[in-house]
Design a protein around this ligand. Structure first.
Ligand SMILES: Nc1ncnc2c1ncn2[C@@H]1O[C@H](COP(=O)(O)OP(=O)(O)OP(=O)(O)O)[C@@H](O)[C@H]1O
Ligand SMILES: [Mg+2]
Length: 508
């Protein structure tokens, strides 16, 4: 008997189906992948299992019993736990306080912290989930926070764990440690449902894969009996096309974006530089590096979100140093941020208003001194069409679009009006392979049209696929800039780890 059996599940939002007759069967001691494009209905299905949404039709059998959870509390009582893509920890509390939050702990209302910490440490050792129970959550890395989320579920005795895109925010090393944990969980008798877009991950750690497309089942296969190509085909309904990066157009001369000796010092600490870089029109400069090595600072200094401490930034002939964010954007800089919820979108506003965020002062949208809603609607409809954005309505708050579709809207906004320069920071984070392919094609299209693109990505493959030149960043410093041809990956790896070229002989 399977541990979980979801049968013929239906769910619609605003009359538009998100799940149609979906079935999912998870066995005991199994790591089960839920695979599908952005908007395929994966999170919706899991939210119904977890009691966040109520299904319109279908049944859920858990451990042989017909169940209907009206809240996550209900699901947790049945030993089901879920880690959402956006964590729900309280940053100002400690690890241990977060784990026991909302529970009646021994000694309640004066919980015995030392005993609790001991218990947490036991769980953490048993499952190779390394954390310090007394640390403040705000001081933890993303990978550590994720471990806390998992311990929180295990502390509540979860037997079935649902992880929604757990690796989207992790570095490759952190992902590897997570996989060790998942294997441990399986050995200890747990089952895991993991949502991910990364097919190699699915191949390496899962036992079974269920693929959804447009809210319906496409297939369920044993991982050992399928291939990466087959999974890609199931997901997007066609084979992936290799990315074609043509030689850069010769007509573009001069430098579009130039940084000279730019530094950033915050609270007495050097965060960046001195960095000197230039990006030519019609070229992509890829910045490779492990997450958190000054990429965010570099992007934000160029945008004007943070003010650099010394040095100079030029866009063409224009000196940006004294300009504000909007002035820089008006000169033709587009920004794709790595944190779309925080930096790029207003989640409760609809598609039209989000698209208007950068252009609300443009004359074409203003009639008799007022915003012309009809024109805005037409413009949004065009963007939705051109970028294949899946949405139930233009009036839908952007929060309800899937991650990939949110990202496409940002692209539509930032790439409009022939930008001279695009700062693309983790442009495909959390996107499915079809949507990533689309983003890559759009970046290459802009490059071929003469735009200068600075792309920062922790995904080395993405950097290698798209860039004309590659710079490696480590602790806020540019280690080296290379032409992207016959690149020596070991060398890049060493630079990413902070080893300079001249030390190479000694290290290899
Ligand atoms: N609360 C909601 N209100 C309205 N529409 C919603 C809501 N939640 C999800 N949807 C819609 O349901 C569809 C499926 O969304 P879901 O979030 O389940 O996709 P997903 O497979 O998890 O995608 P991603 O990989 O991007 O996270 C989407 O079209 C989305 O816009
Ligand atoms: Mg999702």
């Amino acid at each position: 008997m399977p541990l979980l059996c979801m049968r013929n599940i239906d769910k619609a939002f605003f009359g538009k189906p998100a799940n149609l007759q979906v079935c999912l069967e998870v066995q005991h001691n199994e790591i089960h992948a839920l695979l599908g494009e952005n908007g395929a209905g994966k999170t919706t299905l899991m939210n119904m299992l977890y009691g966040i949404y109520q299904r319109d039709a279908g049944e859920i059998l858990y451990d042989g019993q017909n169940v209907a959870f009206s809240s996550p509390k209900d699901a947790i009582a049945h030993r089901i736990g879920m880690v959402h893509q956006h964590f729900t920890l309280v940053p100002t509390l400690t690890v241990s306080q977060n784990i026991t939050l909302g529970l009646k702990s021994p000694g309640h209302p004066f919980p015995r912290r030392r005993d609790l910490n001991q218990q947490i440490q036991e769980i953490s050792q048993r499952y190779s989930l390394e954390v310090d129970p007394t640390a403040l959550v705000s001081t933890l890395s993303v990978g550590e926070q994720q471990r806390v989320e998992i311990i929180k579920l295990l502390y509540r005795d979860a037997r079935l764990l649902i992880l929604d895109e757990p690796t989207a925010v992790l570095t490759p090393q952190e992902s590897e440690s997570l996989f060790v944990v998942l294997r441990r969980l399986r050995e200890e008798g747990h089952s895991v449902i993991i949502i991910t877009h990364r097919i190699p991950e699915v191949m390496s750690i899962t036992d079974t894969v269920t693929i959804l497309r447009d809210g319906r089942n496409v297939a369920t296969v044993k991982t050992s009996e399928t291939s990466e190509q087959e999974l890609a085909r199931f997901m997007i309904g066609r084979a992936l096309e290799p990315i074609g990066r043509s030689a850069a157009p010769p007509s573009c001369a001069g430098t579009a974006l130039q940084l000279s000796e730019v530094t950033l010092v915050e609270h007495g600490r050097s965060k960046l530089g001195p960095v000197s870089l230039c990006v030519d029109p019609g070229k992509i400069l890829g910045i490779a590096g492990v997450d958190g090595n000054g990429q965010k600072e570099l992007a934000e200094v160029i945008l004007g979100i943070r003010r650099h401490s010394a040095g100079s930034i030029l866009l063409g002939d224009a000196v940006l140093d004294a300009l504000g964010v909007m002035e820089r954007k008006n000169l033709g800089i587009g920004y794709i941020s790595d944190d779309r919820h925080h930096d790029s979108l207003v989640l409760d506003m609809d598609l039209m208003d989000n698209l208007l965020l950068k252009t609300h002062t443009e004359k074409r949208f203003i009639t008799h001194g007022l915003l012309d809603r009809k024109k805005i609607r037409q413009d949004t409809a065009r963007a939705v069409d051109a970028y294949h954005i899946k949405t139930s309505a233009l009036e839908c708050p952007i929060r309800y679009l899937s991650g990939g579709n949110q990202q496409k809207l940002i692209l539509a906004r930032e790439m409009a009006g022939q930008p001279r320069c695009i700062i693309a920071f983790q442009p495909t984070r959390g996107l499915d392979i079809g949507a990533s392919e689309f983003v890559h094609q759009e970046l290459l299209r802009l490059r071929d049209a003469g735009c200068a693109i600075l792309m920062l990505s922790a995904d080395l493959e993405e950097v290698l696929d798209l860039s004309d030149h590659i710079a490696v960043i480590h602790k806020g410093e540019i280690m080296d800039v290379l032409v992207n041809q016959d690149i020596d990956l070991t060398y890049i790896g060493l630079l990413m780890a902070g080893k300079r070229g001249d030390e190479r002989g000694a290290v290899v």
